[in-house]
Design a protein around this ligand. Structure first.
Ligand SMILES: C[S@@+](CC[C@H](N)C(=O)[O-])C[C@H]1O[C@@H](n2cnc3c(N)ncnc32)[C@H](O)[C@@H]1O
Length: 218
């Protein structure tokens, strides 16, 4: 039933909360009191459900959203892509901070539903796509935002190659990351670091130093 209706699954399995670093945005999130918090990835896979990345405000996303909300000129008037959007946190922050338009992209249909619900919850409009945009041409985004996507080598390398091409053509690319293993090691400028409160169930620590980086041409 839920496979046909991700929005119903999200409504039944999440609670609305503000991420610790972003009190101005509420999201449908997994908390200790909802069933998906307890379910293992294997149990979800048995039900045909992908891991609920969309149900958490990842440290990288919180840092990037905080940086944008505190420095709205980064997005004001621009056309913005939030790639690998998850809950939609970063895209929603960009729209709240004055982006002219925001596209949230995520290949997980549950994420697509979560982004729509979360945008509605915060009274902002964003476009949402489930198309895999890696290696596609830029239709006109001025700024691309990426957060917490450097957790797998092949994915991280593909994204880096694709987005360095955007940077070479003049598009700004910002990355929020808490020191994941496959974050590019070179051609990056660190802009700011935040201490992001996390949970031990998700990370191995209570607080993660999480930086916002600008991707350079090489
Ligand atoms: C760890 S979550 C981070 C979510 C969000 N950016 C944040 O910081 O809270 C990674 C997200 O990337 C998405 N993802 C993975 N590969 C993708 C791809 N090729 N295109 C778009 N999204 C992708 C996953 O579905 C997941 O929602």
């Amino acid at each position: 039933m839920y496979l046909d209706d991700p929005a119903a699954f999200i409504a039944a399995n999440t609670a609305c909360h503000e991420p610790p670093l972003i009190p101005e945005i509420r999201l449908h999130l997994a908390t200790e009191i909802v069933p998906i918090w307890q379910m293992t990835e294997e149990e979800m896979a048995e039900q045909g459900l992908p891991p609920p990345f969309w149900a958490f405000a990842w440290a990288g996303g919180q840092a990037l959203a905080r940086h944008i909300l505190d420095n709205p000129d980064i997005v004001k008037g621009f056309s913005v892509l939030d790639f690998g959007s998850g809950s939609g946190l970063v895209g929603i922050a960009a729209r709240m901070a004055g982006a002219a338009s925001v596209t949230c992209a995520d290949i997980d249909p549950f994420s697509v539903a979560a982004i729509r619900l979360n945008a509605q919850l915060n009274g902002v409009s964003v476009d949402v796509t489930s198309e895999d945009l890696i290696d596609t041409a830029n239709p006109g985004w001025d700024l691309v935002l990426v957060s917490d996507l450097c957790y797998e080598r092949p994915l991280s390398e593909r994204i880096e190659r694709w987005l360095r091409g955007y940077v070479a053509a003049g598009t700004r690319v910002l990355i929020g990351d808490p020191g994941r293993t496959y974050l590019p090691k070179t051609g990056m400028e660190k802009l700011v670091t935040y201490a992001v409160k996390t949970t031990r169930e998700l990370e191995d620590t209570d607080v993660r130093a999480t930086s916002v980086w600008q991707l350079l041409e090489a």
